[in-house]
Design a protein. Structure first.
Length: 206
């Protein structure tokens, strides 16, 4: 792809680094910005810079936030004794969109994936166990993807939590094997959370 401007070429290169954005799409985005009023393009750029500079991660659940404790964790109307364990922030957004869950979350920041060099020590597991040891939690809901890696992570967490005698449940398998929560429709996801089952019942069927 030939460019008449090194500035355009650099902008296209940066946009094409984004997930799902190829060079042609990147070029369309760059040309779109060039057609905008300068104030609009400047606002776009400043929003990206401010996002990267000022975003915080909740000290309690690892969710993205504007302040040190996110809105979910600071909401006194939520059930803080029920914690839904998810892989990443996108899963929180998907579950919140169903409007069927009133507990809080714990974001692992990934799942156990030895093939890609991700082990338990790379995830936010120790802080979850600390909460359990402090008797702050009355139920842990495992809402990880139904892939081999997700199941491995769920089993690992169950074995870590089991000794603390805190009930561990898992979302109902209305979600197809291998599905990511963010791509599941709201109705199916909501039913999976509402109809969650004790993790022990899953083990007994294997």
């Amino acid at each position: 792809m030939n460019f008449s401007s090194s500035l355009v070429e650099k902008a296209v290169e940066e946009f094409s680094r984004l997930p799902g954005i190829g060079k042609r799409t990147a070029l369309r985005l760059v040309l779109h910005l060039l057609n905008q009023e300068e104030v609009e393009a400047t606002a776009f750029g400043e929003a990206i810079i401010k996002l990267r500079k000022d975003i915080q991660y909740c000290e309690n659940c690892n969710n993205i936030s504007d302040i040190h404790i996110c809105e979910i964790c600071s909401d006194l109307n939520r059930d803080h004794g029920t914690v839904c364990v998810v892989e990443d922030i996108r899963d929180v957004m998907a579950i919140e969109h169903t409007q069927q869950y009133q507990g809080v979350y714990h974001i692992l920041g990934g799942i156990i994936d030895p093939m890609n060099g991700i082990g338990p020590g790379d995830l936010n597991i120790s802080s979850l166990i600390t909460k359990i040891e402090a008797d702050e939690i009355k139920e842990v809901i495992l809402a990880l993807s139904s892939s081999m890696e997700g199941d491995t992570t769920s089993f690992y967490l169950y074995k870590k939590i089991e000794q603390h005698r805190v009930p561990v449940t898992i979302i109902a398998r209305g979600i197809a094997v291998g599905d990511e929560l963010e791509f599941v429709d709201d109705v199916t996801l909501a039913r999976s959370i509402i109809n969650r089952t004790p993790y022990e019942s899953v083990l007994s069927t294997k």
